[in-house]
Design a binder for this molecule. Sequence first.
Ligand code: SAH
Length: 342
Amino acid sequence: MKKAWGIMPDEWKAILAESGLRPFRADQILQALYRDWIDDWDKATTLPKDFRERLKTDFPFTRAETLEVSSSADGTEKLLLSLEDGQTVETVLIPAKGRFTQCISTQVGCAMGCVFCASGSKGLVRSLAADEIVAEYMAGRKRGDITNIVVMGMGEPFANYDETMRALKIINAGRGPNLGARHITISTCGVVPGFKRLAAEGIQFELSVSLHAPNDALRSYLMPVNRRWPIDELLAACREYTLATKRIITFEYTVVAGVNDSRACAEELAEKVRSVPMAKVNLIPLSPVSHRPDMKTPDEKTMLMFLDVLMKRGVQTMLRRSRGKDADAACGQLRLRRLGGC
Ligand code: SAH
């Protein structure tokens, strides 16, 4: 059984035919799904009743019920969604001037274990299927017109490559939601095989890489994934990706007080980043997480020093403020939750 939201717009005709249904109905289905945004086949009133009944049994909608909305004073909203097996995921909506960005999750929990990230603090429960990721988007777009997606919620997209890519291709499809590829950013902690695969897709998604440290000793301490794919291998994959796609990579660098915030770190980082053509850096102060009270947010002065060192070495750098902290919706604060609290 296929789920309606997991089917690519261009697949509908063939899939209907396979089920012994009339393929010409595909256009009406696509209009119902992506013009009328139905979430129940009974609402597809342009289709005959018996046809709708077949759609209900063969291609059901994915239930992702919004259990809770946490609002931050800065306008950020975090939705807690319950999936059909009772697992929950979080998605965050971030309004800004002329933009409405949705941060989506690709897994329940995460196996990567970055020390300062709440999402991985209890390990991986399971990966999301494409239709569940699209269901997250659908829950988000009910609250406003989504202009951008960042795949920066819970989970590692390159550890759930196929389903994540399918979902993003559906959201990007011209006959689907039609969100432009350049408005969709995928963020990886450095799962190297994903880079080649993404380059081969030939789609202009944006790519961010969570770096967080300029050398193996520090990076392996902060991010266990570095033991599998050390920094030089990661940077080589970044170079290859940039050369193959001519697309810019953005490195995310979460600054942790007293851990990776020294001038020497900034200097070493500049050197590494400059080895990747056109690469940029986003500096993000650590968001506090309860499982690691020893990891502290750096002060403003340190952030500015770090920025200055990078800029003086010709690295294009942005200071980012993580939004939604008072709703536990900021970077690294999304976590595993079970119904009834955790
Ligand atoms: N697994 C992917 C997608 C998650 S993106 C990745 O690692 O890129 C979430 C971003 O927030 C990552 O850059 C992550 O390292 C960062 N992050 C995690 N915990 C954080 C924290 N406590 N404060 C600030 N950023 C954090």
